[in-house]
Design a protein around this ligand. Structure first.
Ligand code: ARG
Length: 265
């Protein structure tokens, strides 16, 4: 089943402020290299048969490449983002406008939430992260607007500040995750919901290996996540490694660069 993704070319990418522990403005980042790495991610999706739409990057919004944070789209309905930090605030309306201009029904959120960074959609449930960025009340707001059950999970490690840095759906029913990123209660919830989950090591998590994109058959994943790739292959997945090392300097990986548009209009 081909998917539809929204991406944003990192033409204005930079590490010029620090809003997560990965970001070091002193060290900065190489924009040209980031663009080349991003192009290879886009090419990987297209080779798999997925459709990629683009939103124009905006000068002065260096993190806009992380399209996952721009919205949550389920059943063709768009729940907009409202960013926790002022540095990214203007991205919310920019992404909302992209969808509105294309005729998608869209809701401007009341509560702080960073889109698919903290909302991951399975067939029967939406998993939602809180603890660093997304306000837990936004989980209720999304549930009410989308009419999908939302399960709240608490993140406890600042390196894994968005749910999508600690967990990814393998398909509509199962996930891979790094238990250490979650509170004891949320670990228990994940064990109950996903007894057959792929558990990642600390080493996999530390290279943002959980920030991966699976279409149920193929998993596009950071090249450095060696153990996780082995386990995925053992389970029968096709693994497509990508090098996004330059974008990781801002705390992002393949999934962060990718907003899934579910249920086209
Ligand atoms: N520098 C960005 C931030 O801290 C990175 C966002 C990564 N996106 C994601 N979906 N995890 O907001």
């Amino acid at each position: 089943m081909p998917k539809h993704f929204l991406m944003c070319r990192p033409d204005y990418f930079a590490v010029e402020y620090a809003i997560n522990p990965w970001m070091d403005p002193e060290a900065g980042a190489d924009r040209d290299l980031a663009v080349r790495q991003w192009e290879s991610l886009k090419a990987a999706y297209e080779e798999l048969g997925h459709r990629v739409s683009l939103i124009d990057p905006i000068d002065g919004l260096p993190d806009m490449v992380f399209a996952a944070n721009g919205a949550l789209v389920v059943g063709g309905k768009v729940y907009g983002a409202r960013f926790a930090f002022p540095e990214r605030a203007a991205e919310g309306p920019a992404y909302l406008r992209w969808f509105a201009e294309r005729g998608y029904p869209a809701m401007e959120p009341t509560h702080v939430n960073e889109g698919e960074g903290d909302f991951l959609t399975l067939d029967d449930v939406v998993l939602a992260g809180t603890g660093f960025r997304t306000d837990v009340v936004a989980h209720l707001e999304a549930q009410e607007y989308l009419g999908r059950p939302v399960v709240s999970l608490t993140l406890v490690d600042p390196r894994f500040y968005h749910l999508d840095t600690a967990l990814f759906p393998l398909d509509g029913h199962n996930v891979a995750y790094y238990p250490g990123a979650f509170s004891p209660g949320s670990q228990e919830v994940l064990r109950r919901m996903f007894p057959d989950a792929v558990l990642a090591t600390a080493e996999d998590a530390e290279v943002l290996g959980l920030n991966a994109v699976s279409d149920g058959t193929n998993v596009v994943i950071n090249a450095e996540a060696a153990d996780l790739q082995l386990e995925l292959k053992r389970r029968g997945y096709e693994v497509i490694p990508v090098d996004l090392s330059e974008l990781r300097k801002a705390g992002g990986g393949p999934k962060c660069c990718t907003l899934e548009i579910r249920g086209d209009n």
